[in-house]
Design a binder for this molecule. Structure first.
Ligand code: AMP
Ligand code: MG
Length: 469
């Protein structure tokens, strides 16, 4: 394995060199064959256990913890990798370079009061959901492995500890820029911006920092549109959890919609519903404004002019989001995007909300033209179906393909993920493995995929997630 650590070329204020803290009895619990292959982990998986547990360091690796700040539920705080350590970067077969990070690998100078550790349940949860997102076609960090540490960690009760190996294009966050802007010099801020431009392949031109802002906005607009279209609720969209690469990052209290309702919140710590499903596009806009603010000193020496430039670029966000979302929404109905089709689509969402219809299941039924569910029996849904049939005309294989490619048969249902994790905590990985197999082919309309039990029981619809640490 040949690790590089390009982050070390940045000013020292952006990281602390630190080694992971060894764990008692590391045991490989799950290994991602395809990610491993892509990254060149070609030995027997267990040969990597000690390295990915943090008990030994790869020869070429120079581990660091990254510094960052962030707005957590709108409050600005100094943060940093408190329980994560970046081992370095590896060049993958596709020629791209990826960060290899351990999460749960012990205390760092940024740990504040925390123990630097992570529990097995939440790390497996991140593994399952990040892989599901990847197969759903949504940009995301990925997961290479989970190692059980052989140690108990103190949470509300004692929990089994674990270390996750996370793979990302980059771990630079909005919060990394906020840290630079708040605590660094303008040279340091510029160094970070230049590094990011180079590292994230921002097209070069004579206004590099404006391009950086525009590109990050574009990537977030597309990403959040994809979240909305699939019914994903991130749960903790703090600015430190927004990656500039445009990858979904930090799977804490995230969950998927069952019934369609924009007010849906799963996270126990989100009492105000700040990060509710329907608020996500607006919150992303708010976070992007914080990013733009941190770039101001680079946009112009003249404060007023800098603000004007940033604002002009920020103003493109709502339109970019709408465009990506409306186009994707119409595709879910097998339709191309027009004002009329968008209206038809949003009327359908309204009906789903009124009748508490299951988001994934209802689109799947529409794709299969299976109108046996109660929802389709309502008079106003029937008249909507007539309008839909008129808009589409004869359903061709092209319509059908478009719908199948946009409406998953399978998502990581909250109750299924929970059952699998509960079982994993008792020592059996069977349910996790089976679930992951199904999640690999979310758009395959085969009998095996369709039969895989999906809908939560009515009593399972009040799912709550806890910010698992
Ligand atoms: P998160 O909620 O995972 O995005 O984490 C927010 C911040 O808290 C980050 O700076 C983390 O590194 C830090 N943090 C979370 N859990 C722990 C822990 N167990 N020990 C130390 N720091 C932690
Ligand atoms: Mg975080």
């Amino acid at each position: 394995m040949h690790f590089t650590q390009s982050y070390l070329t940045l000013p020292a204020t952006f990281y602390k060199e630190i080694l992971p803290t060894p764990v008692a009895e590391p045991q490989l619990i799950i290994w991602n064959e395809s990610v491993a292959e892509e990254l060149g982990f070609s030995d027997t998986p267990t040969n990597y256990t000690k390295f990915l547990a943090g008990n030994e360091t790869f020869e070429s690796s120079q581990p660091i913890a990254q510094a960052y700040a962030g707005h957590q539920f709108a409050n600005f705080t100094m943060l940093g990798d408190g329980r994560a350590i970046l081992l370095g970067e590896l060049k993958a077969k596709n020629d791209s370079t990826y960060d290899i990070q351990l999460k749960g690998s012990g205390r760092t100078p940024f740990s504040r009061g925390g123990d630097g550790r992570a529990a097995l349940g939440p790390m497996l949860r991140e593994y399952i959901i990040s892989e599901a997102m990847h197969h759903l076609g949504i940009p995301t960090t990925r997961s290479l492995a989970v190692i059980y540490s052989g140690e108990g960690i103190q949470r509300e009760t004692v929990k089994p500890g674990a270390v996750l190996t996370r793979i990302a294009k980059s771990h630079i966050r909005v919060g990394t820029f906020q840290y630079a802007a708040q605590f660094g010099s303008i040279e340091e801020l510029r160094a970070l911006a230049d590094y990011t431009i180079e590292h994230l392949f921002i097209p070069e031109n004579e206004k590099p920092y404006e391009s950086l802002l525009q590109e990050v906005i574009q990537r977030q607009a597309t990403l959040i549109a994809q979240w909305q279209l699939i019914g994903f609720v991130h749960g903790v969209m703090n600015t430190d959890n927004m990656a500039l690469s445009g990858e979904t990052i930090d799977y804490g209290p995230c969950a998927f919609l069952d019934n369609y309702d924009p007010a849906t919140v799963f996270s126990s710590i989100d009492q105000q519903g700040r990060y509710a499903y329907g608020n996500q596009p607006g919150i992303a806009g708010w976070n992007l404004a914080r990013f733009a603010e941190s770039l101001l000193p680079l946009l112009s020496d003249n404060q007023e002019q800098a603000v004007e430039r940033a604002q002009a670029i920020l103003d493109s966000y709502p339109k970019l989001f709408e465009q990506a979302y409306n186009e994707g929404l119409c595709r879910k109905f097998g339709l191309t995007q027009t004002t009329e089709n968008t209206k038809l689509a949003s009327d359908f969402l309204q009906l789903m909300q009124t009748h508490k219809a299951d988001y994934t299941d209802t689109f799947r039924a529409l794709t299969l033209q299976d109108y046996s569910h109660d929802f389709f029996g309502h008079t106003e849904v029937q008249s909507w179906l007539e309008r839909f049939e008129q808009s589409m005309g004869t359903r061709t294989s092209q319509h059908q393909h478009m719908m199948e490619a946009s409406n998953p048969v399978i998502i990581p249902r909250n109750h299924l993920v929970q059952q699998a994790l509960d079982e994993a905590e008792t020592g059996s990985m069977e349910k996790v493995i089976t679930l992951l197999e199904h999640l690999e082919k979310p758009y395959t309309y085969s009998p095996a995929q369709l039969d895989f039990d999906q809908r939560p029981p009515e009593t399972g619809r009040d799912f709550v997630t806890y910010c698992g640490t």
